[in-house]
Design a protein around this ligand. Structure first.
Ligand code: SF4
Length: 272
């Protein structure tokens, strides 16, 4: 009898929620996107992000260098990463697994992958070969979109879902805890230069709160400046990094969405 090869259990974030354990994960079923295949260009043993959002489903971000034991997994070379992705695509095609969308996301901020432009170019090549009709999108924290090569890569994709959880630095510093050199003003300007972008904004209350009327007013002003194609507002549905933050009621989310749509004229939906 052949010995069974045991797959290692996924690594858990500090909140006990599992990290993605491969370069391709899912498909994840959602009402909006159907069967969406996730692409993770980042490590599988720790979160690799320049934000440390209080609501992150992967727990707190380990600080590179300060937590050397946990963060010793190196980022994959482009060749290794693309080979893993292609092997998964081949396997899924052979199994006739349905795929309605491909989403670049993974264990942190995907645009931090060093050869991000080349990675997107190669991923689109694989998409054209294996899933020619499937749209490729990204979930990004927006922190790198001011960099020309990241802007170019984002522009190659079919969809861009970009994070903006507040319109003033104090709120963003509290909720997202970005790494030192993050500049909200620069980010808002860079977002406004992306075409056909969807802004995703997550709201919480409790130990940190981004739902106060003044904060919502500043956030809506920022949305007005970015002029996205649409806005999606939502709240947590998984264990957050900070157990003191709470989900916002559906009623309050609807009020926030209605305020944004009324003051900016931009389609704003509650996303659940
Ligand atoms: S940007 Fe995303 S991955 Fe990074 S800390 Fe925030 S929620 Fe987590």
């Amino acid at each position: 009898m052949k010995a069974l090869i045991e797959k290692k259990p996924p690594v858990l974030g500090t909140n006990g929620f599992p990290l993605q354990d491969a370069a391709v994960y899912g498909p994840i079923h959602s009402r909006r996107y159907g069967c969406s295949l996730g692409i993770n260009p980042l490590p599988i043993t720790y979160k690799f992000c320049d934000f440390d959002c209080v609501y992150c489903q992967y727990g707190w971000t380990p600080r590179l260098g300060n937590d050397a034991k946990r963060t010793n997994e190196k980022l994959k070379s482009l060749a290794v990463l693309m080979s893993e992705i292609e092997t998964s695509f081949q396997k899924m095609k052979a199994e006739n697994a349905p795929v309605d969308a491909i989403t670049i996301a993974g264990n942190g901020e995907p645009t931090l992958y060093p050869s991000f432009l080349e990675f997107v170019t190669e991923l689109l090549r694989l998409r054209d070969h294996y899933y020619p009709k499937v749209r490729v999108g990204i979930l990004s924290d927006s922190s790198q979109c001011h960099r020309p090569e990241i802007k170019k890569a984002l522009g190659l994709l079919d969809e861009r879902c970009m994070k903006l959880d507040g319109g003033d630095s104090q709120t963003v510093r509290g909720i997202n805890k970005p790494a030192g050199n993050f500049d909200l003003e620069k980010t808002i300007k860079a977002l406004s230069k992306l075409s056909d972008v969807t802004i995703q904004s997550l709201f919480v209350w409790g130990s940190l709160d981004n739902t106060q009327p003044e904060q919502i007013g500043r956030w809506a002003e920022a949305i007005h400046r970015v002029k996205p194609a649409s806005v999606q507002v939502y709240t947590i549905d998984r264990p957050p990094a900070d157990s003191g933050v709470k989900a916002v009621s559906l009623e309050r989310l609807r009020e926030i969405a209605a305020f944004c749509q009324k003051t900016t004229g931009i389609k704003t939906e509650v996303f659940d």
